[in-house]
Design a protein. Structure first.
Length: 373
């Protein structure tokens, strides 16, 4: 699937709690100057009027009619039907708002709404991390190729998306990939997002440095303290990212056990990977205890940090041997190493979401055209 040379245009929206940013994508690139308006999230009518105004102004900058509207929007939402539920960061949305049908009626084009974790994963599967890893393997002469990708986003919350063979897995209820609610290992009575988010990093640091609470440090500040670039409670800073890495690892271990593929990480906290990713890999490769006391691998597969050169080379090489075909003189190659690679976004989170929104819309339109032809 390659839409780089596609001439069709898709209108997009980056829907945040504070601002809405409208744009248009053609051939996987932005073709107009983005338009930004306040979201007016507390006032549903003003918010909806702003959304229509933004898309109308974006359309007016185009030389031809857009093929679709496709964008990420917060949940809980009935994504397949475009109905927005009760939102925390846009509290004007209550009781179910038919945003997708409203836009389809206004602009007379198909409208596709997904969450940002899904579209991030889809963008990285189409044009980012997944093809990069496969190209790396092919260049090294390996026959191993990956078709599945888990994309996770780390920021205000803990999101995820699942892509299988260039198809985004949404689920029957539009709720696939809701990794945030996987049980936390660090706090088993709670869910993983409580340990994998901006608030989690700040909370753990504050627990180790109570006197720092008044400083209102950002995760970037805490990362700089952890690396020694800034003064502060270095042990507490490192522990905040260690706990996050451990929690990510446990959540991903459950996800990878059910959905075998590669993992790409994005979101605002992804830049702190040197502090948390080694712990994530350690957790993925850890053991779990049987009732008789013996220990077995947490996963059937081995995890490799693809931001580490030595681990990347081990991942590429695998464990290849030549084995004999029974009752024959023939031999075949056997790679006995079941493995996954974990790495950081190659596109940047925002760009991956935009490309994901663009590709998802065109893919759905193409599938519908094939069905109807």
């Amino acid at each position: 699937m390659d839409f780089i040379n596609d001439k069709r245009i898709v209108l997009t929206l980056d829907g945040g709690g504070t601002n809405f940013v409208f744009s248009a994508i053609q051939g996987n690139r932005e073709i107009i100057r983005p338009i930004t308006y306040p979201s007016h999230g507390h006032n549903l009518q003003r918010c909806l009027e702003t959304i229509m105004k933004g898309f109308k102004e974006a359309s007016q900058q185009l030389d031809s009619k857009p093929e679709a509207i496709s964008f990420a929007f917060p949940g809980p939402t009935d994504y397949p039907n475009g109905i927005i539920g009760d939102l925390e960061n846009l509290p004007g949305f209550r009781g179910g708002v038919a945003l997708g049908p409203m836009l389809e009626e206004t602009f007379q084009v198909p409208v596709f709404i997904n969450n940002d974790g899904d579209l991030f994963a889809y963008g990285e599967a189409i044009s980012g991390f997944l093809p990069m890893v496969n190209q790396m393997l092919h260049k090294a002469g390996s026959t191993r190729q990956y078709k599945n990708l888990i994309g996770i986003t780390l920021g205000t919350g803990f999101g995820a998306g699942l892509v299988r063979n260039n198809e985004l897995i949404i689920g029957d209820n539009g709720a696939a990939g809701e990794i945030w609610v996987v049980r936390s290992k660090v706090h088993p009575h709670s869910f993983s997002e409580e340990c994998v988010s901006i608030r989690a990093v700040k909370r753990v640091y504050g627990e180790h440095c109570p006197d720092c609470a008044s400083q209102d440090l950002s995760p970037k500040d805490i990362f700089e303290i952890a690396t020694g670039e800034r003064s502060g409670h270095q042990e507490g800073a490192r522990e905040s990212f260690r706990q996050m890495g451990e929690s990510i690892g446990e959540a991903l271990a459950s996800a990878l056990t059910l959905f075998d593929g590669l993992v790409v990480i994005g979101g605002g906290l992804a830049n702190a990977w040197p502090m948390f990713l080694p712990e994530t890999i350690r957790e993925l490769n850890s053991t779990i205890e049987k009732l008789d006391g013996r220990r077995v691998g947490r996963m059937e597969i081995s995890a490799y940090n693809l931001e580490d050169e030595a681990q990347t080379q081990e991942f590429i090489a695998g464990k290849v041997s030549r084995i004999k075909v029974p009752f024959s003189e023939k031999t075949v190659f056997y790679d006995s190493l079941k493995r996954t690679g974990v790495g950081i976004t190659r596109l940047g989170t925002s760009k991956a979401v935009s490309i994901g929104a663009y590709a998802f819309a065109l893919n759905e339109i193409d599938k519908k055209n094939i069905t109807e032809s």
